[in-house]
Design a protein around this ligand. Structure first.
Ligand SMILES: C[S@@+](CC[C@H](N)C(=O)[O-])C[C@H]1O[C@@H](n2cnc3c(N)ncnc32)[C@H](O)[C@@H]1O
Length: 389
């Protein structure tokens, strides 16, 4: 069976397709990376669903997306003769859907699975224990709520702090952006809970549009970084299918530079899938508006990509400014450190930093390159030097 989510199962909920592609793409790379030397990979999904599934066997839900790719990658590693990697998975779902989920997962007889019907915040201690079991345990937490409650920063901190662990949080920017400045005390308290502190709302005052959205997400990332003791917390944007705005940001926390590099590489690889899905959704919307009279696929493709291009240009400019700032005349910096700084921005991958360095031409020297090589490589000890003016 193919590991990839099938587009036809996501009509009308295209964002879930993008989310599942990102989850699948990243878990594949993560399992390959941490599983190379043999580990116990403990996967924890705190808001498991099933949610708006369009299949009877629930294959289009995140638990199945995750288990398919975890199992396939584990088996690939075994075929390569690598030391044994074990997969364990814990799912939390508060609704009665937990029963159907449990039944649907019975087919994974070679993976230890635990399905709990409960509120995620009630089972954090169980999750922490689950995350730390096994030989050289590594944990990955997926937090995919419907809104902004149920994963308060203080409540989830013990799980964030599991030392060999990463996390992916679906930060529902669209609704958070709408409600975050509410004067209603009761609602404001829910945001205090989300950010883990009462002074969460200052950095976006006076901002609007993308600047405001970015300030809100950045604030959440910095709180998550602090609470979890992560080295990097960054986000990737999932757009609404038929509109030019973010539906949510997937916020990723890791203690590894390599993790960040791989996350951005996967983001780059899944973008065309997201774009194609948006184009199809837009074409369907325009066809409907024309009373089903006209086909719009080419126009929709261009329309979907125009906003993506705008976002890409925005973050390329920001990453360029970061790189320029670090390469002042006389500067010396490891290639990895330069790339890591640039990759804090959404949509920026290692390759973009290489392109920027090549474009600098004489204004940069790269130490440690092999003869005739022009481009620095990750993990090769290359150092970037900006000559003195
Ligand atoms: C957005 S859906 C999850 C979708 C799923 N991760 C997927 O991608 O297929 C959120 C799920 O979390 C459940 N839920 C909501 N609040 C919860 C809580 N506090 N604890 C656990 N589950 C919760 C909902 O019933 C719903 O099934």
């Amino acid at each position: 069976m193919s590991m990839e989510p099938k587009r036809e199962n996501y009509v009308g909920r295209e964002q879930a397709y993008a989310k599942h592609c990102i989850l699948q793409g990243y878990l594949q790379k993560l399992t390959y990376k941490v599983g190379w030397e043999g580990v116990t990979l403990n996967y924890i999904d705190g808001f498991a669903g099933p949610w708006k599934s369009q299949t009877t066997d629930l294959v289009d839900t995140s638990p199945h997306v995750a288990l398919r790719v975890l199992r396939a990658t584990r088996d690939q590693l075994a075929n390569l003769g690598r030391p044994r990697t074990s997969i364990r998975a814990m799912f939390v779902e508060r609704s009665n859907g937990a029963t159907a989920l449990r039944e649907s997962l019975a087919q994974y007889t070679d993976i230890e699975t635990l399905v709990l019907q409960d509120e995620f915040e009630n089972v954090i201690q169980t999750a922490v224990k689950f995350a730390t079991v096994g030989k050289r345990p590594f944990s990955f937490g997926f937090i995919d709520p419907c809104g902004w409650v149920g994963y308060g920063m203080k409540a989830i901190t013990p799980l964030l702090r599991v030392p060999r662990g990463e996390v992916l949080v679906n930060f529902m920017l669209n609704s958070i952006n709408e409600w975050i400045d509410t004067p209603r005390r009761e609602t404001a308290r829910t945001f205090e809970d989300l950010f883990g502190s009462p002074d969460f709302g200052s950095t976006w005052k006076g901002l609007d549009g993308l600047d405001r959205q970015e300030a809100i997400v950045t604030k959440y990332c910095s709180r998550l970084k602090e609470a979890g003791g992560f080295t990097h917390v960054v986000s990737t944007i999932v757009l609404r299918a038929k509109e030019d705005r973010a539906q949510y940001h997937l916020v990723y926390g890791t203690r590894s530079d390599e993790g960040l590099r791989v996350f951005r590489e996967m983001e780059r690889a899944t973008l065309p899938k997201q774009q194609a899905m948006r184009a199809t959704a837009l074409a369907a919307k325009r066809k409907k508006a024309s009373g089903g009279q006209r086909e719009f696929s080419f126009g929709a493709e261009a329309l979907a990509s125009a906003f993506d291009d705008e976002l890409r240009s925005r973050y390329l400019a920001k990453a360029q400014a970061t790189v320029d700032g670090l390469l002042q005349p006389g500067a010396r910096i490891k290639f990895e450190d330069l790339a890591v700084a640039a990759m804090q921005h959404p949509l920026i991958a290692e390759q973009d930093v290489k392109n920027m360095l090549v474009a600098r031409g004489e204004r940069v020297r790269i130490e440690g390159l092999k003869p005739r090589a022009r481009v620095p490589q990750w993990g090769e000890g290359h150092v970037i030097v900006a000559p003195r003016a």
